[in-house]
Design a protein around this ligand. Structure first.
Ligand SMILES: Cc1cc2nc3c(=O)[nH]c(=O)nc-3n(C[C@H](O)[C@H](O)[C@H](O)COP(=O)(O)OP(=O)(O)OC[C@H]3O[C@@H](n4cnc5c(N)ncnc54)[C@H](O)[C@@H]3O)c2cc1C
Length: 375
């Protein structure tokens, strides 16, 4: 099978690259073995404020709605973090004291939403907060088994019964000027969070839950659908095992499912993620890239990998592939001329690209521009 570009990894970086190339008429395939960071996504694109026009175009064509305002957002543990470009579901406030009285609503039996922490966090900002639990007959079948009481299962029900939830919340509301709800709305029907906001006479704030992230899963589905609509080939559940290369040029990839039917291309993008997605692997004494054995920037002293302060930025997050200015990764000191490394497989080796989702997007565009600029 021959393509213009084959992309390893169908997370945010791989999908943005794939969509951008398909839009320019290039034939691409994405091979993606499993879960990606979007399944854990907070809904906020770190290190991005105003999005570049090309990103807004991709999001708009995929049906993804984003916004930005200077200020802060409420985190799942009741703390506040600086604003960044966010999905429309995420409320951004000028300042942490965004209300006087807040009603926090959770669902009976749902333990993946930290209402008490949120209440404590709000109280620290001088916001009076009270918690109420809704018991809905439509969720009784989920409550039978605690393993079913998870964000995605609840979200499937909520898309159907959100109007009833609004009615129940109206009965609970007193003089509260904010309602805090778990992010379990709008998995299939993107309009639901906005309609809930319109239907309630108070500021509605959707706040993160334990994974999987409902807005993240929806974003992943929207991007993948857009990619496939543009004619991209998405090989879900397959895994790139190795590559054929010769004199600094990659010729083809070997995947688990396709066996001897190699994936050939003029260009290759590696968007295989960090440790979490197995784009990088760590053993007791080394950090390596598992497909090709690309050169990795890390530290030999294992004691320096971690900061004992759990909440500190961990040094291992800096580890990533060694690349040149065009994002070509190196193998044994030699740059691979037709391969590009993008997204979190870079770690924080390219601080000029930002961090988190911002870095994933910027690096994807950089690789795409380089590929398109070739004759
Ligand atoms: C748990 C978690 C939560 C995060 N939340 C946020 C957030 O809320 N906001 C933010 O800005 N940033 C967040 N980040 C940072 C995150 O790294 C970026 O936001 C970005 O989504 C990373 O995208 P990526 O495409 O580079 O990698 P990933 O999303 O990790 O995707 C890599 C993909 O490659 C696949 N893959 C790996 N190896 C192979 C192989 N051999 N063959 C085929 N496929 C392969 C993996 O299965 C995976 O699907 C989070 C990171 C983590 C780990």
């Amino acid at each position: 099978m021959k393509f213009d570009t084959v992309i390893t990894g169908g997370g945010l970086a791989g999908l943005i690259a794939g969509i951008s190339l398909q839009k320019e008429g290039r034939s691409t395939a994405i091979v993606s073995s499993g879960q990606n960071a979007l399944h854990f996504f907070s809904g906020t694109f770190e290190s991005m404020n105003e999005a570049p026009a090309r990103l807004l175009e991709i999001f708009s064509e995929a049906g993804i709605r984003v916004h930005y305002a200077d200020g802060v957002r409420l985190m799942p543990m009741g703390t506040f973090k600086e604003s960044a470009l966010s999905l429309e579901d995420i409320s951004l406030f000028e300042k942490p004291a965004f209300a006087k009285k807040a009603l926090i609503v959770n669902f009976m039996g749902y333990h993946d939403f930290f209402s008490s922490f949120i209440a404590d966090g709000l109280k620290k900002q001088g916001i009076e907060a009270r918690i109420r639990l809704l018991r809905l007959p439509e969720m009784e079948h989920l409550r039978q088994s605690p393993s079913e009481m998870r964000s995605v299962q609840i979200a499937r029900t909520m898309d159907r019964i959100w109007e009833k939830v609004v009615q129940e919340i109206r009965l609970l509301l007193k003089d509260d000027d904010a309602v805090i709800l778990p992010q379990v709305f709008g998995l299939q029907d993107i309009s639901v969070p906005g309609r809930i906001r319109e239907a309630l006479p108070a500021k509605v704030v959707f706040t993160g839950t334990l994974p999987p992230s409902v807005p993240g899963l929806r974003t992943q589905m929207q991007l993948r659908r857009r990619y496939e609509t543009l004619g991209g080939t998405f090989l879900m559940g397959d895994e790139v095992k190795s590559a054929h290369l010769h004199e600094g040029v990659v010729h083809s990839l070997v995947t688990q499912n396709l066996g001897s039917h190699y994936l050939e291309a003029d260009n290759f993008i590696l968007a295989s993620g960090s440790f979490f997605s197995k784009g990088l692997i760590s053993t007791p004494d080394s950090v390596f890239e598992p497909i090709i054995g690309l050169d990795v920037k890390s530290s030999e002293d294992r004691n320096s990998w971690y900061d004992p302060d759990f909440s500190a930025d961990q040094p291992y997050m800096d580890f990533g592939l060694v690349t040149d200015g065009e994002l070509h990764p190196f193998k044994d000191g030699e740059a691979l001329k037709n391969m590009y490394a993008i997204g979190s497989v870079l770690g924080n080796t390219r601080p000029e690209l930002g961090t988190g989702a911002g870095a994933a997007i910027r690096s994807a565009f950089k690789a795409v521009d380089s590929i398109l600029s070739k004759a």
